[in-house]
Design a protein around this ligand. Structure first.
Ligand code: FO1
Length: 316
C-alpha cells in the first residue's frame, strides 16, 4: 500500500510526518511545492522541500518548523557585520544543504536527484519529490505591486494586501517522471492534500497541467485536510489571504476551492457544523498538531476516512 501526500511547508509537513510514522516504511510519497524556491546569495533555496526533508528526518527546528534544530547563526551574524541582507535567515548547518544543492545543480544534476541524494543521506524511508524540474515561481499581486513569494512572505511578513496570485511558468511546466510514476502506482491507496495554505502552497502544485490531469484521472480517493480551525489558520496567513481575496475563511470555502478534485474533507471538530454546507463527505476531528502523537493520530484518521470514500463519478 502506498499513499501520496501533496504538501507545502510547515503545516503540511506536520501531517506528512504523521503519515510517515503511521505507514510502513517506504509507503509514503510526498509531492512538494517548489513555487517558493528562489535564488539568494547565488544559492538555490527550496524551503518546502527542505522542510519536508528535515521534518521526516526529525532534525527540523520545532519552534519555527523550517530550518534545522540546534542551529547556529555565525553566517548571519557575519553577514550583518558586512552589511549583507539578513531578512532571510540562513542557519549555518542549513546553508550546507543550499551550497551542496547549488553545486550539484550547477554540475548538471536534476533537483529530483539532489533531493533524493539528501533523503538517502538522512535515512528517510519515504520519497520526497519536487512537483516539477522546471522553474515555477509564486508571484503575489498586492497593493504594493507584484512581489515574488519570499519577498512577500518573509521580507514583508505578508503585510501587503493580496489582490491575486499567479504561478509563473506553471502553465508550461510538467510533473517529474517520479511524480507521474507515484500517481500511477498499482499499490496507491489514497492521495492526501495536507493542511498547507491552499492558495500559496497547494495551488502551485495543482497549476501544473499534467499533474492536475493525473490527479483528476486517479482511481483512488483524494482527501483534503482543512488548514482552518474555527475560521483561523493555526499558523501563517491563510485566513488573512482569504479575507483579502474576498473569500470567507470557512471549511465550505476550502471545499469549494478544491471542488471537482477532492472526494472528502477533514475539518477540525470546532468546524463540525460546516458539514451541512459542503456537498461532500466531511469528517470532523481535532486537527491541531502540537505533538508527534497528534500528527500520527490525525494521519490514521485521514487514512481510515480515505478508505471509506469512493472516487467521485467513478467506481473504484
Ligand atoms: N521563513 C521565515 O519566516 N523567515 C526566515 O528567515 C526563513 C528562512 C528560511 C530559511 C531556509 C528555509 O528552508 C526556509 C526558511 N523560511 C523562513 C521558511 C520559508 O520562507 C517558507 O517558504 C515558508 O515558511 C512557506 O512555506
Amino acid at each position: 500500500m502506498t499513499v501520496v501526500a501533496l504538501s507545502g511547508g510547515v503545516g503540511g509537513a506536520k501531517l506528512a510526518l504523521g503519515l510517515y510514522r503511521a505507514l510502513p516504511a517506504n509507503s509514503l510519497t510526498m509531492i512538494v511545492n517548489t513555487g517558493d524556491d528562489f535564488d539568494h546569495f547565488g544559492l538555490r533555496i527550496c524551503p518546502d522541500l527542505d522542510t519536508a526533508l528535515y521534518t521526516l528526518a526529525g532534525i527540523n527546528d520545532p519552534e519555527h518548523g523550517w530550518g534545522r534544530r540546534d542551529e547556529t547563526w555565525t553566517l548571519m551574524r557575519a553577514m550583518e557585520s558586512l552589511g549583507g541582507d539578513t531578512w532571510f535567515r540562513l542557519g549555518d548547518a542549513d546553508t550546507a544543504l543550499h551550497v551542496l544543492r547549488t553545486h550539484r545543480l550547477r554540475s548538471g544534476a536534476s533537483l529530483s536527484s539532489v533531493i533524493d541524494e539528501i533523503r538517502s543521506r538522512l535515512a528517510i524511508a519515504a520519497d520526497i519529490l519536487p512537483m516539477t524540474e522546471l522553474a515555477v515561481g509564486t508571484m503575489v499581486d498586492t497593493d504594493a505591486g507584484e512581489i515574488a513569494f519570499q519577498d512577500y512572505f518573509v521580507r514583508r511578513r505578508c503585510e501587503p494586501r493580496i489582490r491575486a496570485i499567479r504561478f509563473a511558468g506553471a502553465a508550461v511546466a510538467t510533473m517529474t517522471a517520479q511524480v507521474r510514476a507515484a500517481l500511477a502506482c498499482e499499490t496507491l491507496q489514497a492521495i492526501v492534500l495536507c493542511p498547507s495554505n491552499p492558495y500559496l502552497s497547494i495551488d502551485p502544485i495543482l497549476a501544473i497541467p499534467d499533474l492536475r490531469a493525473a490527479l483528476e484521472r486517479r482511481r483512488v480517493p483524494l482527501i483534503a485536510v482543512s488548514p482552518l480551525i474555527g475560521g483561523a489558520a493555526v499558523k501563517g496567513p491563510t485566513a488573512k489571504i482569504m479575507a483579502e481575496l474576498g473569500i470567507e475563511s470557512t471549511p465550505a470555502a476550502i471545499a469549494a476551492h478544491y471542488a471537482g478534485l477532492i472526494d472528502g474533507l477533514v475539518v477540525d471538530s470546532a468546524d463540525a457544523d460546516a458539514a451541512s454546507r459542503i456537498p461532500l463527505p466531511v469528517f470532523a476531528t481535532p486537527t491541531l498538531m502540537k505533538t508527534l502523537e497528534d500528527r500520527v493520530r490525525l494521519a490514521r484518521f485521514v487514512l481510515a476516512r480515505a478508505r471509506e470514500l469512493t472516487v467521485r463519478g467513478r467506481p473504484r
